[in-house]
Write a protein that binds this ligand. Structure first.
Ligand SMILES: Nc1ncnc2c1ncn2[C@@H]1O[C@H](COP(=O)(O)OP(=O)(O)O)[C@@H](O)[C@H]1O
Ligand SMILES: C[C@@](O)(CCOP(=O)(O)O)CC(=O)O
Ligand SMILES: [Mg+2]
Length: 328
């Protein structure tokens, strides 16, 4: 039995635009997915994921073809939900050369699904790390991040950046631009998260931005402008200038909203945070629903969010210094 964990993340800046080669700065947070893996010699894949619910059902899924879970939902919905784990195991079979190996996989996570906190990347990083180690192969950080990226790339139909997976694998604050991935020095940031209880479909939201960008030059310019915000943001981060970081986050949210990936509840939470005196606030991740990230060293934003209709949960997030952790 082998157990690894990996953190989720928030985007300080640059989601979506990073898919088209602009830089982005995500930051790992102390909310983790833990994946326990046990080798099976019958080649089957059995996945137990308590937190994975489809239309209100919690499923236990045996990945064997023709042996789907006993719930009243379509096969396509199930494969959409299980795609990340299936592909992560395919990457492990490939990297170890053990094409026919099977696994029992148990996933436990404190990261809400589809909410912009990178649950998919955390599950994928921890699953690849644990399954490879279960077969006696300890992956170097670069190889682990690359395999995790390939997993997201496959599942999201070729529309993924290296940002989430690199950040989850290495921890801390990182900067990703195309295939250039590096760690950044970051001050202690007063991160507050608001969660509307909902989720967005990353693949669909990325596809929507792609269509806008293909159709309108001004949408392509908007994507480039997000890149400019990120470059300014890096400087503000290096200077430890929280007020400037907040202003740039506000601007970034406006441009994401223009690209159609915000929602009423995300906007409501962003405004609640701003009204409470946060330095800045924006949606994080793919959008459509899920989480916002705000910067506020005082308790005001958390208090305001806890009274905001549509905000289901609010909490402070510590920067996760460590990426993947090898637990057993
Ligand atoms: N606890 C979990 N158990 C099993 N699968 C998970 C878990 N958390 C995330 N996943 C996988 O990640 C998907 C959500 O990823 P995504 O849509 O990219 O949102 P995000 O990465 O913002 O949370 C889920 O549909 C599921 O496939
Ligand atoms: C929209 C995007 O930039 C980030 C998606 O983040 P999340 O899966 O919503 O946490 C897509 C990507 O970078 O692969
Ligand atoms: Mg994701």
């Amino acid at each position: 039995m082998t157990l690894s964990s990996a953190p989720g993340k928030v985007y300080l800046f640059g989601e979506h635009a990073v898919v088209y080669g602009e830089p982005a700065v995500p930051c790992a947070i102390e909310r983790r997915a833990r994946v326990e893996v046990q080798r099976r010699d019958d080649g089957k894949l059995r996945v137990h994921a308590e937190d994975l619910s489809l239309n209100g059902f919690t499923v236990e899924y045996d990945g064997t073809p023709g042996n789907g879970p006993d719930v009243d939902v379509s096969e396509s919905l199930i494969s959409a939900a299980m795609g990340y784990v299936d592909e992560a195991i395919a990457q492990v079979r490939d990297v170890t050369g053990e094409d026919d190996v099977g696994f029992d996989v148990t996933i436990e996570s404190d990261i809400p699904l589809g909410a912009g906190l990178g649950s998919s990347a955390a599950v994928v990083v921890a699953a690849i790390d644990a399954a490879a180690r279960e077969l006696g192969v300890t992956l170097e950080p670069d190889e682990l991040a690359e395999r995790a990226y390939q997993t997201e790339y496959q599942v999201q139909d070729g529309q993924a950046s290296r940002a989430d997976t690199f950040c989850s694998a290495t921890g801390g604050a990182v900067r990703v631009e195309g295939d250039d991935c590096r760690s950044l020095e970051a001050p202690d940031l007063p991160i507050v998260i608001g969660f509307d209880g909902g989720a967005g479909d990353t693949g669909q939201l990325v596809a929507g931005v792609r269509e806008l960008r293909d159709e309108y030059d001004f949408a392509a310019d908007t994507v480039e402008a997000i890149g400019d915000i990120v470059r300014n943001g890096e400087q503000a981060l290096a200077d430890g200038d929280i007020a400037e970081l907040g202003r740039l986050m506000d601007f970034n949210h406006g441009l994401l909203s223009a690209l159609g990936v915000s929602s009423r509840s995300l906007d409501t939470m962003v405004w609640a945070a701003r009204d409470a005196g946060a330095h800045g606030a924006k949606l994080t991740g793919a959008g459509g629903g899920g989480c916002i990230v705000a910067l506020d060293p005082t308790p005001e934003t958390e208090t305001a969010l806890s009274f905001t209709p549509g905000c289901e949960d609010t909490f402070r997030a510590e920067l996760a210094e460590d990426g993947v952790k090898r637990l057993e």
